[in-house]
Design a protein around this ligand. Structure first.
Ligand code: SAH
Length: 373
């Protein structure tokens, strides 16, 4: 933010384009042979970018000089600046990137289990977040801005290239509220699911939302193929309101209506609700009763994904493993499935809800990482 930033070129970013969109830009004047050549170059370019991990257009040696020159005329290839890649003891790796305007974002690479060759990438959809959930580190930052589609796709391209792996799954559970940045999130998803490049299955893209009701309704109306999961926070409306200010805009009942519509889109399959287990706040008998009531009145079936609170600030306390197990045991008789999730990367403050403060608040460590590149 001190030195003047290089201006972004005005050509569209390569990472924001599907193979068809790129082929159209490469063009060729409508003749069938030229159109086929454009499509072939587009596909080869995306292979070089996403499968070979080429860092620049110049590095796409497989294309040949003339085709690289043509490419550089019609697209730009901006990259996020990677400023940290920190492995955790549990096998996950936390990445931090600097955007062209200086804002910082984070992504996490998570093996499905220790030693697994299957990976999930957790991406950010915004720099910071406007939702201000009280239990979330990103919520304490406020919103800097929403990300462009290429900035979402580039997180996945860089994380997988750096680790030398491919991602089978993608979750929008990093910084930001994805449904407050719909256009970029859906364009990024379109790029990442196409058969050229990252090739992530649409059903393997999970969008987690704090509950932006109109955006959920638009998702349902458009019958988008991705998976939505919903951050419940708490099932007691007053507690949810205290934890998640978004409830001032969209009430609990309206949210339940929209989730029911989403469940119908998924033909009645279980919907995942994410529940943050906070000691002395969301782990009481009243919370058990509220969940029983929710199960009785909700017009959809749900699975409760219980995430033990990862320490953020000093307003709330993290429960012990034993406390979480004892509390979730009380939910077993209620008739809905319960899954306990211990989020990866906790030893690096890269667990759910912890993205956004450690790296930002520690300039010394940040500059050490930069020197070490
Ligand atoms: N804005 C989106 C996605 C980011 S949060 C959303 O709200 O869903 C991703 C998940 O992490 C949410 O389910 C959220 O409830 C959970 N989470 C946030 N802070 C947490 C914390 N400190 N400990 C445990 N889980 C947390």
């Amino acid at each position: 933010m001190n030195a003047p930033l290089p201006a972004l070129p005005s050509l569209p970013a390569l990472q924001a384009l599907t193979v068809a969109e790129l082929a159209e830009r490469i063009g060729g004047g409508g003749a069938a042979a030229a159109a086929a050549a454009a499509r072939e170059l587009a596909a080869a370019t995306l292979r070089a970018l996403y499968l070979d991990g080429a860092p620049t257009i110049d590095a796409m040696r497989s294309l040949g000089a003339a085709r690289r020159a043509r490419l550089a005329e019609v697209v730009s290839f901006p990259r996020l600046e990677r400023i940290a890649a920190e492995p955790s003891a549990d096998g996950s790796t936390r990445f931090a990137f600097r955007l062209h305007d200086g804002a910082l974002i984070e992504s996490v690479l998570l093996p499905h289990h220790a030693g697994s060759q299957r990976y999930t990438v957790c991406v950010s959809s915004q720099a910071g977040c406007a939702q201000a959930c009280r239990f979330c580190a990103t919520g304490k930052l406020g919103l800097a801005r929403s990300l462009a589609a290429w900035e979402i796709v580039d997180q996945v391209a860089q994380v997988t290239a750096h680790a030398g792996v491919r991602a089978s799954d993608l979750v929008f559970m990093g910084m930001g509220e994805p449904l407050a940045n719909e256009a970029a999130v859906y364009q990024a998803a379109a790029v990442m699911t196409q058969s050229h490049g990252l090739q992530i299955g649409a059903r393997r893209i999970t969008i987690s939302t704090a509950g932006v009701v109109p955006a959920i309704d638009r998702f349902v109306a458009a019958a988008r193929p991705y998976r939505l999961v919903f951050s419940l926070g708490s099932a007691v409306a007053e507690k949810r309101l205290r934890l998640m200010p978004i409830q001032e805009s969209f009430g609990f009942d309206a949210l339940l209506e929209s989730i029911a519509a989403y469940a119908r889109l998924r033909r009645g399959k279980h919907v995942t609700l994410e529940y943050v287990a906070i000691r002395d706040f969301t782990m009481g008998d009243d919370d058990v009763a509220a969940l029983a009531d929710l199960a009785a009145r909700a017009r959809f079936r749900f699975l409760l994904n219980v995430i033990p609170f990862n320490p953020v600030g000093d307003e709330f306390a993290a429960p012990t493993m034993a406390e979480v197990r004892a509390w979730t045991a009380k939910l077993r008789p209620l008739g809905f499935p319960v899954k306990l999730r211990f989020s990866g990367g906790r030893d690096r403050n890269a667990g759910c809800g912890q993205l956004g403060t450690a790296l930002l608040a520690d300039p010394q460590r940040r500059s050490a990482t930069r020197r070490g590149r």
